[in-house]
Design a protein around this ligand. Structure first.
Ligand SMILES: NC(=O)c1ccc[n+]([C@@H]2O[C@H](COP(=O)([O-])OP(=O)(O)OC[C@H]3O[C@@H](n4cnc5c(N)ncnc54)[C@H](OP(=O)(O)O)[C@@H]3O)[C@@H](O)[C@H]2O)c1
Length: 276
């Protein structure tokens, strides 16, 4: 499986999305996010994942501007937050986000969480923005199979991406299988489990075998299963480490071994509990 940092997966509508991106959750909107995004772009990252909730879209936008990279080389994702959901509210939230980011279109816009009674109207707004050419691809985040089935019953356009919590202790097999069946690209958030599982003996052993780090083993595990991954780091050395995934390949039984670490352990809320 030969790949590089700029290699892409092709979404169901033909849009190309880089397999690896930089997540920016919990980075301050000032120097912290500007420096982190600048260093990632210098290293060759071209995919950035933010959200209105992270309150750092302005900083991401500043870094993009300072980088001088052509807009079409970048893949920019942001998300509509829970209290911005609803048809009109989402159209307004979109405008706020692109203004802060300093861009005139998004590559990917996601519904951050499946807020009951709201997400279908929110989706209609995403469909409108997509049809108006303001977003290249639209998707959801934290949707379980039953949320997707419910949305697909009424949606005119199928989500192209589902971004879910996914790491060795939370594999989410049912949702991943359903998305694959529906040609919805799965994207892993908290892919390295916020650093919580790096001392796991299975990961340590594989790291030793391949002369890699446990974080690299996990990120490679994502890629080999066709999952887009967006590790966050404010440190250039770690950003480099998290992008150095393309000179080794896990064997099928090793992928299975990591799958076996699943404990259905969530770091974030359960999608059915959000907004209650
Ligand atoms: N859709 C959603 O609901 C949702 C929810 C959460 C996150 N996300 C997205 O997913 C992205 C990633 O998730 P996340 O930020 O929660 O967690 P993560 O990427 O799994 O882990 C980030 C943490 O691990 C550390 N780290 C990074 N690389 C490392 C390495 N190679 N070795 C050891 N430690 C390392 C980082 O520290 P340093 O920064 O100090 O290096 C940070 O503390 C977010 O930034 C965000 O864009 C989406």
């Amino acid at each position: 499986m030969r790949m590089s940092l700029t290699d892409t997966t092709t979404l169901s509508n033909g849009v190309k999305m880089p397999w690896v991106g930089l997540g920016v959750y919990k980075m301050d909107s000032g120097e912290e996010v500007v420096n982190a995004v600048r260093s990632a772009l210098d290293l060759g990252y071209r995919h950035l994942d933010t959200a209105s909730f992270y309150d750092n879209e302005e900083g991401v936008g500043q870094a993009i501007k300072e980088s001088g990279l052509p807009r079409e080389e970048l893949f920019i994702t942001t998300k509509v937050w829970n209290d911005e959901q609803g048809y009109e509210e989402t159209l307004e939230a979109f405008n706020r986000s692109i203004t802060k980011l300093g861009v005139d279109y998004l590559d990917l816009y996601l519904i951050h969480w499946p807020i009951q009674g709201k997400y279908k109207d929110t989706w209609k707004a995403l469909e409108k923005l997509y049809k108006d050419g303001k977003i290249k691809a639209i998707g959801v985040s934290n949707f379980l199979t039953h949320h997707l089935e419910d949305l697909l019953n009424e949606a005119e356009i199928k989500p192209m991406v589902n971004q879910i919590e996914l790491h060795p202790e939370l594999y989410q097999k049912e949702t991943v299988d359903y998305c694959k069946q529906q040609d919805i690209q799965v994207e892993a958030w908290s892919p390295i489990g916020r650093g919580n599982y790096l001392d796991n003996p299975v990961l340590q052993e594989l790291a030793e075998e391949y002369n890699k780090t446990p974080a690299q083993i996990i990120l490679r595990w994502d890629l080999q299963q066709g999952i887009v991954t967006i590790p966050k780091s404010t440190h250039k050395e770690r950003q480099q480490e998290n992008a150095d995934l393309f000179d080794f390949e896990l064997k099928d039984n090793e992928v299975e071994k990591i799958n076996g670490l699943n404990k259905n352990n969530r770091l974030g809320p359960h999608p059915d509990e959000i907004g209650k």
